[in-house]
Design a protein around this ligand. Sequence first.
Ligand SMILES: Nc1ncnc2c1ncn2[C@@H]1O[C@H](COP(=O)(O)OP(=O)(O)OP(=O)(O)O)[C@@H](O)[C@H]1O
Ligand SMILES: [Mg+2]
Length: 306
Amino acid sequence: MGVIEKAGGSVHKIAARRAKKYNKKAETHIAAEQGFKLDYAKFAEAGYYHPDAKASQLALELRAVKRRLLRRIGFLRASGERQSHRMPGRQRNLIMVTSARAGEGKTFSAANLALSLALEDQIETLLVDADVPRPRVRDRFGLAAGPGLTDKLLDPSLSVSSLQYRADQAPLSILAEGGRVERASDLFATDGCQRLLTELSTQTPDRLVIIDAPPVLATTEAVVLAKYVDEIVFVVEANATPEPAVASAIDELLDINPNVSLMLNRCLIGAGGSHYGSYEYYGPGGDMQSTMPPRARTEGVSNGAI
Ligand SMILES: Nc1ncnc2c1ncn2[C@@H]1O[C@H](COP(=O)(O)OP(=O)(O)OP(=O)(O)O)[C@@H](O)[C@H]1O
Ligand SMILES: [Mg+2]
């Protein structure tokens, strides 16, 4: 029996136990499914994107990051115009945000990208909290505890739409982490996870799915998920993440998925400082990879160097 089949076996046992426990809860949840309000004051206080700060440094930097990302997934044409007709079926719309280690700004970056795409560009966006060991999305968006991603993976009969929270003020939905599981990587390695991601990709062709994943070096979840996603945004905390950690995490990802871009977080350059110093393609043919060693990448960028 292969590793994935073994993982599948243990997952099915847990699924049977969890399905019993959650069936009632999930039904209640479907009946009560609903919207939530984006708390702009709370976002402003925490330094997150909010619509009253369209000219803020963060908003400007996110704009540059988004432009590049949307081009890479074919959502924007080279001219900058939005692709008008998306064909039905599997899209290049699954974007995973990860980093080498904990605490480098993955959730901050994933949440801000999602907020800015939905509020500023009115792009339908789904934010998924796949950081099952350290889920933070629920807390940042003020969502109550409830079922989510892991519950859907353990019980495929649950409707994924019923597990999502829908923002009142913008085309933004959230699929939170769900109940705790011992080894999320086993769950992510199942066919069911691949099927779910395909479903999320195809359900709404014009939607972007931003996945907040665990760090690469701490656990294996991000590497497992890297197989299914279209783009990986790798967050590096400027002047904090050790270069060998960045190099080995990126190597692990590139072995599985060549579409890795680098996002330099908390880059303090110039008087006002900056949230994001650079956003560069890292995969084969990307100039970062071929020309600059890691130190030069950190030091050789300026605000909005896109
Ligand atoms: N550029 C930034 N500007 C302001 N605050 C930031 C920035 N980046 C991260 N933070 C804050 O730093 C803390 C850690 O960031 P965050 O939770 O996004 O990291 P993480 O990589 O998701 O951590 P974990 O691995 O624990 O999930 C949070 O309080 C977040 O709001
Ligand atoms: Mg996080």
